[in-house]
Design a protein around this ligand. Sequence first.
Ligand code: PFF
Length: 457
Amino acid sequence: MPDPIDVEVKKHSEDSIQRELWGTRVGFILAAVGSAVGLGNMWRFPYRVSEGGGAAFVVLYIALTLIMGIPLMLAEFSVGRRTRLSPIGAFKKEGGGGWSIVGFLGVLTGFLILSYYSVIAGWVIRYGIEGIISGFAADPAAHFGEITTGIAPIIYHLAFMAVTITIVSVGVEKGIEKASLILMPVLFAIVLGLAVWAFTLPGSDAGYSFYLAPSLSELMSFTTLSEAAGQAFFSLSLGMGAMLTFASYLSKHENLNREAATIAASDFGVAFTAGLVVFPVIAALGLTADVGESTVGALFIALPGAFVEMGAIGRVVGIAFFFALTVGAVTSAVSLLEVVTASAIDEFKIHRKSAAIGAGIIITLVGVLPALNLNALGLIDRITEWFLALGALGVTLFVGWRMRNPQEEMLDGASGFFASIVPAVLFFIRFIMPLIIIPVIIYTGLNLVTEFRTVFG
Ligand code: PFF
């Protein structure tokens, strides 16, 4: 009996474009979880929760991860695996030329997200290095201000981009699978340990109630819903073709439904646990006012504060935390650059190395702006969140109404419960998801206009 993966490779090499495939199922899951779990869970989730009303945001976020995140991930998986192409080519092949705009938008979004994602990853690296050299600063809010100003953020951004470009140049299997294998579980273990420690802190109650006790009126707020939707897309790496691209390296034997559920559950678990660290710590250490002033810094203000509080052991835990988070950021950044690179390879038939280096250099240059200016960083983050929602609508409409027999692709490799829910999921993709995503797009778009006015007005 030939190995199924060999058969796939052979079959595939008869196609016009030869495509690499994942070495193992675990490799694919790790890379997809690596893409999902990153700064979005640790930095962006607490930041958005602080801004967006606390517990109500969390409840809506959970609901949206389940009802929109998992179906959308399945949708992206099925387009990627069916076409075995990166976003632009995939939508063109399966839907016709006009649909390639969804792919173009995805590539642009990946490009823009990476430009500022790398800046934040640079802050993370700097915290880690400072932890080693001099320990964590006693006044975390003031120190966050120092970390994010001047020329230094550009240097760290360059260093982070250099690592990302190197990994993507090497290729999906060798580069990505191995990096995720050990360090994702380490990151989760540290965050879990910190959550248990935070529970023992006196004065943490206010943090728990902010994070976990929603008020009904806030639950009904459409603002909170829209922001939670944006965070769900970002955190699950959806709406720009990252999951689609990863699935294009996947064989027909994988149970796409089960993988989507596993990835979403892991991603949610990490973000939720990060909140169980950040909010109790903010309350217990009296950092509420500082974080209120700079919600972007919620993680960066709360955690170093906690590490200082923990004494000598805090320094070791802190260094390990920032190191593991750097790896989490690398695996996500790799998936962002992979979308752009794979598209360049597929569209222009150029080598992986040239594609990764060329795209990486342009992204690095664009990233100098958010590295120098926090307002610019916030604005690009908002713009790309809107792009993700547009992309999510594109994928939803495509799979719901344009793709030939999406059910067949979703069922390939699925069995039992995961196969039985496919018709319901497809119904949901067709009829319900557009009804949620379209208002989110309109609402987020209007907010974006207001944001532009405040930044430039
Ligand atoms: N999901 C990543 C995170 O939460 O850090 C960020 C990200 C990666 C967003 C890849 C979008 C994407 F396509």
